[in-house]
Structures are given as C-alpha cells and as structure tokens.
Design a protein around this ligand. Structure first.
Ligand code: DQA
Length: 147
C-alpha cells in the first residue's frame, strides 16, 4: 500500500504562485522531500496533483484499495467541495489535511473547511514542511503506535 499525497488546484504552480504566501519551493521539491522521508520511514508514497475536482475524487477512490492513509492539500476545494468530503468519508484510513499557509490568518472564506469534517489532523501555516509532518503522522497512526 501507499500513502497518497494529494494536491489540489494551482499547486502545480507552487514556487511561482504568490511566493510571499506559499514560498519558493516547487511541488517537485516537496515531492522529493516526501520521497526521501518515506524511504527513511520504510513506506511508499503516491504524490499527485490535479486542477480537477473529479480527478482528485478518483484518486481518493483508488486509495480505498491501495491507500495506507491520505495526506491532502485540497487547496481552494477545501472551502467549496462537499464532493471531496464525501469521497474522503468512503476511505477508512487516516486523513491528514495540509495547508501551506496559515488559512486562519487569511480571508474569512478560508477559515471554513469542508474537508476538516473528516480530517484526523490538520496542519496549517508550517509551509511545505507540513507535508512531512502529515506523512509522519500517517505512518504513526498506521504503525500500531499509540496517539
Ligand atoms: C492552501 C490554502 C487555500 O485557501 C488556497 O486556496 C490554496 C492553498 C494552502 O496550502 O495554504 O490554494 O490550501
């Protein structure tokens, strides 16, 4: 099985997109760091990005068979998508929600997350390091270790 690391819309532009908010690292940099951590932790990842809601939902369905856990940055769909919430509710393993920026420090429409109704943990405002925290958390929660 794999830890699914799912990224929503506009995150393909990470590093170029509003770097004062999201930093200078690219999504390829994040993938590389996650792959290195996964090797260290003895787990495997699938690192994916789409600008399309339905594609993200299809990957969540794939994770129902092949997913140890899900680390997801739903990006703007966080604040709009009942469909992604419903898909995550069909998944039985741990779900950790990631936001690179501290959404609570930003516009009020970013303060509400549909996805958080399902998330076992939420990491916001820790930059791209949040992905590594999320990956570690999934491994902790699935290794039989406590809390
Ligand atoms: C984001 C925060 C969202 O509000 C925004 O729409 C994004 C990225 C983050 O990682 O900080 O696209 O999820």
């Amino acid at each position: 099985k794999h830890v699914y690391i799912l990224n929503g819309p506009n995150l393909n532009l990470l590093g170029k997109r509003q770097p004062h908010i999201y930093g200078h690292e690219t999504l390829a940099d994040v993938e590389r760091d996650c792959a290195a951590l996964a090797a260290e932790l003895g787990t495997q990842i699938r690192f994916l990005q789409s600008n399309h809601e339905g594609q993200i939902i299809d990957w969540i369905h794939e994770a129902r068979e092949d997913g140890l856990g899900i680390v997801i940055n739903p990006a703007a769909y966080t604040h709009t998508s009942v469909a992604i919430l419903d898909a995550l509710n069909t998944f039985e393993g741990p779900v950790i929600e990631i936001h690179i920026s501290n959404v609570h420090k930003r516009e009020p429409f970013r303060h509400h997350s549909y996805v958080s109704l399902r998330s076992d943990g939420v990491i916001a405002g820790c930059g791209t390091q949040g992905y590594q925290f999320g990956l570690r958390r999934v491994v902790t929660l699935t290794s039989g270790a406590s809390a």
